[in-house]
Design a binder for this molecule. Sequence first.
Ligand SMILES: *[C@@H]1O[C@H](CO)[C@@H](O)[C@H](O)[C@H]1NC(C)=O
Ligand SMILES: *[C@@H]1O[C@H](CO)[C@@H](O)[C@H](O)[C@H]1NC(C)=O
Ligand SMILES: *[C@@H]1O[C@H](CO)[C@@H](O)[C@H](O)[C@H]1NC(C)=O
Ligand SMILES: *[C@@H]1O[C@H](CO)[C@@H](O)[C@H](O)[C@H]1NC(C)=O
Ligand SMILES: *[C@@H]1O[C@H](CO)[C@@H](O)[C@H](O)[C@H]1NC(C)=O
Ligand SMILES: *[C@@H]1O[C@H](CO)[C@@H](O)[C@H](O)[C@H]1NC(C)=O
Ligand SMILES: *[C@@H]1O[C@H](CO)[C@@H](O)[C@H](O)[C@H]1NC(C)=O
Ligand SMILES: *[C@@H]1O[C@H](CO)[C@@H](O)[C@H](O)[C@H]1NC(C)=O
Ligand SMILES: CC(=O)N[C@H]1CO[C@H](CO)[C@@H](O)[C@@H]1O
Length: 585
Amino acid sequence: MVSFCKMRGYLIVLAAAVALAGAADMRPTCSKPVYCNSKLLHKVQMARLYSDSKTFVDLQMNYDQNTTLNAFDTLLNDTDQEPSVEQLREFVEKHFSNNSELMPWRPPDFNTDPYSLNTIQDDDLREFARNITNIWPLLARKVKDEVIQNPDRYSLIPITNGFIIPGGRFTEIYYWDTYWIIGGLLISGMQEIAKGIIGNLIELLNMLGHIPNGSRWYYQERSLPPMLTAMVAIYYQYTNDTEFLRNNIAYLEKGMDFWFDERSVTVEKEGSNHTLLRYFAISSGPRPESYYEDYENAAEFSEQARTDFFIDIKSAAESGWDFSTRWFVNPDGSNTGTLKDIHTRYIIPVDLNAIFAGALQNIANFHVILGNHRDAVSFSQSAQQWRDSIQSILWNEEEGMWFDYDIRDQIHRKYFYPSNLAPLWQGAVDPNIVKANALRILNNLKQSGAFDFPGGVPTSLSRSGEQWDFPNVWPPEMSIAVNAIENIGTPEASVLAFETAQTFVRACHSGFSEYHQMFEKYDAENPGKFGGGGEYNVQYGFGWTNGVVLEFMKKYGEGMTANDSNELDTTASPSNSSDTSNNAA
Ligand SMILES: *[C@@H]1O[C@H](CO)[C@@H](O)[C@H](O)[C@H]1NC(C)=O
Ligand SMILES: *[C@@H]1O[C@H](CO)[C@@H](O)[C@H](O)[C@H]1NC(C)=O
Ligand SMILES: *[C@@H]1O[C@H](CO)[C@@H](O)[C@H](O)[C@H]1NC(C)=O
Ligand SMILES: *[C@@H]1O[C@H](CO)[C@@H](O)[C@H](O)[C@H]1NC(C)=O
Ligand SMILES: *[C@@H]1O[C@H](CO)[C@@H](O)[C@H](O)[C@H]1NC(C)=O
Ligand SMILES: *[C@@H]1O[C@H](CO)[C@@H](O)[C@H](O)[C@H]1NC(C)=O
Ligand SMILES: *[C@@H]1O[C@H](CO)[C@@H](O)[C@H](O)[C@H]1NC(C)=O
Ligand SMILES: *[C@@H]1O[C@H](CO)[C@@H](O)[C@H](O)[C@H]1NC(C)=O
Ligand SMILES: CC(=O)N[C@H]1CO[C@H](CO)[C@@H](O)[C@@H]1O
């Protein structure tokens, strides 16, 4: 069941799953038909009762699932299978409602003026940082008891502890967003809630065998970049909570198995096999929360092409980059085209593999702390192997950069994305390689032009109209870029890292002063203005933005200013306005 093709010295071993037989063999998007796989879902979504397709799948059922499905069957029978839009609307109003599933929640360790922000020297930025920490309670939620008691009626997957939502239409816990949210919470002195949130993710992992995109059933069959161990690592840094490591190490390992078992692909180069990961979320049908959009995009495809398209769309959503020319693969191997050219399965992404290598190393480090030496050695070796594979397959010696690798065309995709730097961010590169290439990498970045914009580093240089492309600046990619560049370790690199962080903080600060909002994404060309494009309007809040801006201000607070005319008085020490007894830091 394994097929091979040999070209240019690369032998690609494509698992049988690459060419799937057809939709009939596949599991549905989730185990709840009303929300994932039913005539009801199809008819309601195609009728466009709501402008955002996510609205319907977030409603709760007034009756149990069978009653709802039977009643819909009756409606279909009574209308010769063609209910009108009005009849559909009436049906939904009778059988569904819109009471919120979540309740506002006051995080127990919330602190209006965390002591750790006092290292920020610039008065404007220090106030900005305080204002951001004061947003946390507005984004804090807990699942209502009625959802926990009657889970069958909701698309929300109940989780036990309180958590922080990203904001806007994203009113669930989201997997990779949570990494930057937790970073911000820890800076804000909120260790208990950070711990609770990690506990929620582990609860989801136990329930489903992996952590879904978000805590909704319709996200069941796809995940997001595997940042769980990285969250535990920063939590540990702030707490030394060895007990937490001991209690959870087995789950962290289990979380790795999912990726290795279900997302790996083997590439042979120069006589040796390398196992790496890709995004590959297999299930049938359109994404329930974007049902109409996916269905329409695939309208003219053959049955097989449609099946493949739905998988590639979900796989791109699994990357967190929904959507981007990064996943477009044209017949000629280039990244031009439209969403219809999406072929996520052909691409071995740099960031996913760097994150996985980093996760293997994190687990090795946890085993060292716990005194499990044999496990520590075994995970260290796996981490080393993964780093070697990244270097063999994703590093481009000519260009001095890591690139996504296209296994169909057997080429590097030589486009600028901040994700190219992920091996540096995750410590997934041999220090000698970093040292030997420091200057080339830095020059490569400077020459790309991506670091010249006043609003931050754009996610790509293709102006496609997709939201993970130019001119949009996404906070997690800013964090990846800044930390990666800092990890190059030269004074020139430190300067670029600082300037990159400062540009973004200034842009967010000016946007906050003007709009009194933190956005999920920004515009590289217009500092502080929100980014556009994609499938939905810009959202406010916003969890990961708050986390990244706090991270940068904390990291560089001694030298960073809100604008060039703000001179820092470096002789004065920061004010001690906070009540330190409130702070663990
Ligand atoms: C709902 O219907 C399915 C299939 O028709 C049946 O197996 C299941 O027992 C029913 N559940 C309830 C709670 O009635
Ligand atoms: C709808 O019609 C089909 C075929 O006539 C029948 O088998 C089914 O029981 C009907 N469903 C309901 C809920 O009346
Ligand atoms: C849900 O309720 C809110 C406020 O109660 C309302 O504004 C909104 O339109 C409702 N949405 C749906 C889909 O009914
Ligand atoms: C954690 O332990 C290390 C090593 O013992 C120590 O240096 C550090 O200050 C501790 N951190 C916290 C937050 O307790
Ligand atoms: C690579 O893997 C394939 C498939 O498992 C195997 O046939 C081949 O011999 C391996 N090559 C090397 C060099 O191990
Ligand atoms: C930040 O908070 C302070 C104190 O609550 C307030 O005066 C100020 O207007 C806020 N800044 C912005 C930009 O909203
Ligand atoms: C710089 O910040 C100061 C203090 O907030 C403000 O008065 C000044 O207008 C700002 N200058 C620019 C160019 O934004
Ligand atoms: C700030 O607080 C620290 C710790 O309590 C103290 O040592 C220091 O003198 C204070 N600095 C000022 C300027 O009050
Ligand atoms: C397709 C989809 O809704 N995927 C979501 C997964 O989570 C990210 C947030 O990290 C959302 O942006 C995606 O929309």
